[in-house]
Write a protein that binds this ligand. Structure first.
Ligand SMILES: O=C(O)CCC(=O)C(=O)O
Length: 376
C-alpha cells in the first residue's frame, strides 16, 4: 500500500525518509541533546528514550513510531507549561529547546509512520515559533525538506495554518548591534548629511500629506527635536543607501520559512517622533516588524474582517481602510464595530509577526525606530 505521507508510493516514501534521516547525525551519540541550561531531572530520560527510538530501528514504524509520537507530545506538553508560566522574556532557553525537541520528535514520528505531512509541517512551525533552535536548526531544515513533498492544496493549507496568526517574538534580535548602538545621536553621526525622502503629515491618507527630500540631520532637527509638525522617515531603500546601517541588523531566521531567496526580502526603516501613524492597511507579504527603540501601539484585524473595515475604493488605496481606527465614524462605517481586533504595545527588542494580508494600524508612542522585513 502506498504510504499516505509522500505522494508517489513506497519508493517516494522511502526516499523522503532517507532525506529526512540525513538531516540528523549519523549515530545516536552524535545527537547530543545538549541544552543551554538546567531542566527538571525527568526530562533527560524522556529525550534519551525518544532518541533511542529514532536510532534503534533504522526507521521507527508501528509501535515504535507511536511511542516516539507520544514522547513528542509529552515533551511538548511538559515544556509548554514552563513556556507559559510567566513573562516570555523569563522563559529559559533550555525549556524552549525541550519544546523544540518535542516538536522535532513528533514531526519525525509522523514522517516515519508515513502519515500525511501537514501535521509534521505544523509541528515544525510550532517549534520554530515557540522553541529555541536545536541541532543546527533541524526544524527549519526539516520543514524545507517536507514542503516540496506536500501536494499543492496541502501546501497552501499548511501555509495558511502556520501563517494565519500574529505573534510577538522575543529574544530573536537581542544580539543585533543596533540594539545597543542606535539612537537619535547615532543617526546624526552616521547619516546626518544624507538625503532621504520624508513623509510629511499625520497620515498618508490625509489630503495635505506629502513627501519631501531632506537630510537626515534636517529631519531630526525639525521633526524629532523641535516637533513642529509630523514627519516620518519611512523608507524602503535606507539600508541599501546607507549600508553601514545594514551591518547593525540581521535577517530574522524565521524568514527562511518562506520560499524566496534572501535577496527577495524587502527591508524597511520606520523612524519618527511620537505620534506617527500608519493608517490601517494590509500588505501582500509576510512581515516581521522589529522594534529597535521606542514603543508602538499596534492593532491587528484578520483578513476575514476585510469587508467590515471599508477599504478605499480607489486602486491606489484599496489596501487601506477608510476608518480612523482610534476614532471611528460609526455612522459612516457601522460594520466596523463587528470587526474583532488584537492589539499590543511593541517594545524594544520585540518582533511582531504580521501574517500576509493581516490588517495593521501603527501609532508610535515615543521617538521610535522599527525595521520591517517583508518576505514570502
Ligand atoms: O511601523 C509603521 O509605522 C508601519 C509598519 C508597516 O506598516 C509595515 O512594516 O508594513
Amino acid at each position: 500500500m502506498a504510504a499516505p505521507g509522500a505522494a508517489g508510493g513506497p519508493a517516494a516514501d522511502a526516499a523522503l525518509w532517507a532525506e529526512v534521516r540525513a538531516l540528523l547525525p549519523g549515530c545516536e551519540e552524535g545527537l547530543t541533546l545538549a541544552l543551554s541550561g538546567e531542566v527538571e531531572d525527568c526530562v533527560l530520560p524522556l529525550l534519551r528514550r525518544a532518541r533511542g527510538l529514532l536510532y534503534s530501528a533504522g526507521r521507527p514504524r508501528g509501535e515504535a513510531a507511536e511511542a516516539l509520537r507520544r514522547l513528542g507530545d509529552v515533551l511538548r506538553d511538559y515544556s509548554w507549561e514552563k513556556l507559559n508560566a510567566g513573562p516570555w522574556r523569563e522563559v529559559s532557553k533550555a525549556w524552549r529547546q525541550v519544546y523544540a525537541y518535542g516538536c522535532l520528535f513528533g514531526a519525525l514520528a509522523e514522517v516515519a509512520a508515513g502519515r500525511p505531512l501537514p501535521r509534521a509541517v505544523r509541528l515544525c512551525d510550532l517549534g520554530l515559533l515557540m522553541g529555541a533552535a536545536v541541532l543546527d536548526n533541524a526544524l527549519a531544515r526539516l520543514v524545507r525538506v517536507l514542503q516540496p513533498h506536500l501536494p499543492r492544496a496541502e501546501r497552501r493549507e499548511a501555509a495558511a495554518g502556520s501563517a494565519e496568526k500574529p505573534v510577538v517574538l522575543e529574544g530573536i534580535i537581542d544580539h543585533w548591534p543596533c540594539m545597543k548602538k542606535w539612537s537619535v545621536d547615532y543617526f546624526c553621526q552616521v547619516a546626518g548629511c544624507r538625503t532621504v525622502p520624508v513623509e510629511l503629515g499625520a497620515r498618508y491618507t490625509d489630503e495635505e500629506w506629502s513627501q519631501k527630500l531632506m537630510t537626515v540631520g534636517d529631519f531630526i532637527d525639525r521633526y524629532i527635536v523641535n516637533k513642529n509638525s509630523l514627519g516620518y522617515l519611512a523608507q524602503h531603500q535606507l539600508f541599501d543607501q546607507i549600508p553601514e546601517l545594514k551591518e547593525d541588523i540581521g535577517i530574522p531566521d524565521y524568514c527562511c520559512l518562506g520560499e524566496g531567496e534572501e535577496d527577495d526580502i524587502t527591508i524597511n526603516a520606520w523612524f519618527g517622533p511620537e505620534g506617527t501613524i500608519s493608517p490601517l492597511h494590509q500588505d501582500p507579504q509576510q512581515n516581521f516588524l522589529a522594534q529597535v527603540f521606542g514603543r508602538k501601539y499596534i492593532r491587528l484585524y484578520s483578513p476575514q474582517d476585510s469587508e467590515n473595515l471599508y477599504p478605499h475604493e480607489s486602486q491606489i488605496l484599496h489596501n487601506t481602510s477608510q476608518v480612523d481606527v482610534e476614532d471611528p465614524d460609526l455612522d459612516k462605517f457601522p460594520n466596523f464595530r463587528k470587526a474583532a481586533f488584537q492589539s499590543c504595545i511593541l517594545m524594544p527588542g520585540q518582533v511582531l509577526f504580521i501574517p500576509v494580508k493581516y490588517w495593521h494600524y501603527v501609532r508610535s508612542l515615543d521617538i521610535s525606530f522599527s525595521v520591517s522585513f517583508w518576505w514570502s
